[in-house]
Design a protein around this ligand. Structure first.
Ligand SMILES: Cc1cn([C@H]2C[C@H](O)[C@@H](COP(=O)(O)OP(=O)(O)O[C@H]3O[C@H](C)C(=O)[C@H](O)[C@H]3O)O2)c(=O)[nH]c1=O
Length: 185
């Protein structure tokens, strides 16, 4: 597998080795030993799948306390996926990194604990599959406004389809710092 660094230390794109033959293809979507060798040594305790139509944007979400690290990929379609560093005290606080993930490129995006995460759908529809390092805790679920002007995320969509929750999210600067993850190098 190939690891591609992003401008955010710790946030990486992973391209699995794909074995193609006359039947189709096979790839390991996760392998604890291979991931440990590249510095991602985690136990995943929850897996999620969501399907979204073209133009849907889910995010920016995070969980605090008990933050979730996420290994995300796309099984059908194509998305623009974004991770935002919202860890108090981080040298890259407020910075973001993006990757285009698709069923064709098989790319996975590793988003460590303490980052906000979101994606928008570029294809007709997309099936999004991801593993988390912490279980979902509704009381700890939180969000940052997708089009926060200070973050200036370069979303490829200007008028996405959002949930009410996402539409009402606060900009990062408006969030009580106590509700934000803490940078722990
Ligand atoms: C995330 C989650 C949700 N739910 C329930 C709660 C709601 O009744 C329903 C939809 O939840 P929500 O609108 O928060 O789903 P998404 O907008 O896809 O949220 C996810 O999308 C962004 C991109 C993420 O990174 C997070 O994993 C997650 O926040 O599923 C659960 O039962 N378990 C879960 O782990």
């Amino acid at each position: 597998m190939k690891v591609i660094e992003t401008r955010l230390p710790g946030v990486v794109v992973i391209e699995p080795k794909v074995f193609g033959d006359s039947r189709g293809f096979f790839y390991e979507s996760y392998n604890a030993d291979a991931y440990r060798e590249v510095g991602i040594d985690r136990i995943f305790v929850q897996s999620n799948v969501s399907r979204s139509s073209h133009g849907v944007l889910r995010g920016l979400h995070y969980q605090w306390p008990r933050p979730q690290g996420k290994l995300v990929s796309v099984l059908e379609g194509e998305v623009y996926d974004v991770a935002v560093d919202i860890r108090r005290g981080s040298p890259t606080f407020g910075q973001w990194a993006a990757a285009v993930l698709s069923a064709d490129n098989h790319r996975h995006f590793w988003i460590p604990e303490g980052f906000a995460h979101g994606f928008c759908v570029l294809s007709e529809s997309a099936i999004f599959s991801y593993q988390c390092t912490e279980v979902y805790l509704p009381a700890h679920d939180a969000g940052v406004l997708w089009n926060d002007a200070e973050l200036a995320i370069d979303w490829p969509l200007s008028v996405p389809l959002l949930s009410d929750k996402d539409r009402k999210a606060k900009a990062l600067a408006e969030i009580d710092p106590e509700r934000l993850p803490v940078y722990a190098p």
